[in-house]
Ligand binder design. Sequence first.
Ligand SMILES: [Zn+2]
Ligand SMILES: [Zn+2]
Length: 204
Amino acid sequence: MSEDTTPTEEAAPEELAPFKIEAARSSRSKCRTCKRAIEKGKLRLGVLLEGPYGTGYLWHHLTCAARRRFEDVEEAYEQTCWAPEVEVPPLDELKKLREKAEEKKKSKKEIPYAERAPTGRSKCKHCNEPIAEGGWRIVLGRGVEFGRQVRTSPINVHPSCVQAELLAEDCMTEVEGFAEALSANSVGLAAGEIEEALAAVGEL
Ligand SMILES: [Zn+2]
Ligand SMILES: [Zn+2]
């Protein structure tokens, strides 16, 4: 058995904590989050797994775990799941990693969505006029050919240009279900704001 699932030679399963933080004892374990090796000495979080072939820990880089399964990290900290000699970073530091990861996730939004233009520098891809700072801009998908493939790339348009753009041949956003999709994808906007954006788009 590889060190990926460390066999429980020193303790009976019922004595194992649900989590364990430790410095990797070798470079042989693999992080279940990023799929890369965990270098010897790097802090790793073990999540106890009870499987048909025994009980053991599945490992993650502590930093990867903070980004992707912060609740587990929090619990491990609450229960102080590490040996006294292990030096763990403050939980706040790990929380910052999580927050950054969440922000990144948010910036990879699904199309279509609405947002306020953060500057006055963006232009509407439909009419080619600038979009005012703080004004609504609607992000739609436009098909762009890459060789023989067509990929959807995000384009900014004025709310008042949405209707015409949706009818364009290379538009990859459907008219049908547009309002629902926009509401679902515009994470970070309050319900009232989404309504406002939809009102600016008008009847489709
Ligand atoms: Zn990792
Ligand atoms: Zn426009």
